[in-house]
Design a protein around this ligand. Sequence first.
Ligand code: ZN
Ligand code: ZN
Length: 415
Amino acid sequence: MNQKELEKYAALALEKGVNIQKGQGLIINAPIEASDLVRTISAKAYGKGAKNVHVEWSDEVLTFLKMKNAPESVLENFPKWKADGLVEMVKDGYSLLTVYGPNPDLLKDVSSDRVAKANKASGEALKTYREFIMNDKTTWSIVAYPQQAWAQKVFPDAEPKEAQSKLWNQIKYITRIDQEDPIKAWDEHNAKLRQAREYLNQKQYKKLHYKGPGTDLSIELVQNHIWHGGSTQSQEGTEFNPNMPTEEVFTMPHKYGVQGTVSSTKPLAYGGNLIENFTLTFENGKVVDFTAEAGEDTLKHLLESDDGAKRLGEVALVPDESPISQSGHIFFNTLYDENASCHLALGKAYPTNIEGGSSLDETQMDTQGVNDSLIHEDFMMGSSELDIDGETHDGQFEPIFRKGSWAIDFNEGSE
Ligand code: ZN
Ligand code: ZN
């Protein structure tokens, strides 16, 4: 990673990612391994008039030691001062940038019970903070960093340094920073995603029907659902890209309206463990049965996080020709893998995916089918063999995906 590339990446994260504004503060969550990128981003952020850059460093070695050794009473207590501090900053309009590239196997030798307890505690403690993010009350974004352990998982046959540079090359290609003008490339990309979401918003399908190997699933969408994809706007009206990369358009499933079975098509890295080749069977929106070839215990804990963890909060469409899918790699990292594949999320729905969603109270959320949970976990179920139909309100079926790709000519829908 040379400095010039880091500068390009930092500029993209600040301009098209969080879109930092003059006078605004910035929180960066990052692993210490990414200090070169974080310092470059910070310098640029101040250059753009940011008033403060606050970095929350993490260190996987220390995380592992704590998860392995600390008494459960410590894992079950996420520090309140830390959660309060984050809330204080987002209330003051701070933007949030997460730099992300975890070792997917970090906690495989720690009991999944301990990991689940720690995840639950942080989920509960950070509830208010997450509400800010999931309602787009401020701008936020996630970018990846090629940490060594992650790189070695993706390229197991390469020497450590070589693996890291291979992964960095993939990140450059997928985030378009290898292009002459990445900002322009992102503007064009966002325009395409806008076309797809506007078409689907106009259609207002009642249900989506999925058919693929091991998958036969129907998903009712909530009434007045909104498809999002690409750039979006914060409540203050600042345009930003929550994920870099992003290839999806996504909306809200009805929490009581999912029937059938879905099979995963890529491993899910969750809490330092991998869940592989799993199936979920839904009745009236709720997971009533599940299997997994690996990580079944972790999946069980994930589903048992709370009531909403057994229901869906997101349905996302990604064509198989996305650059990540075409790279042919499995990244063991949801930010990358979810953008290579149609996916669904267990847990909390984004309130922005339904009209007026940010002002619904708990009862209204429930009657309209908006799922709530402390977790939101995407899992991949798309492939080049997946077909999806949209069911209209008068019961017609229209093809949306055939063999993993769009079956729609978007220009037709705008008449
Ligand atoms: Zn998604
Ligand atoms: Zn998601």
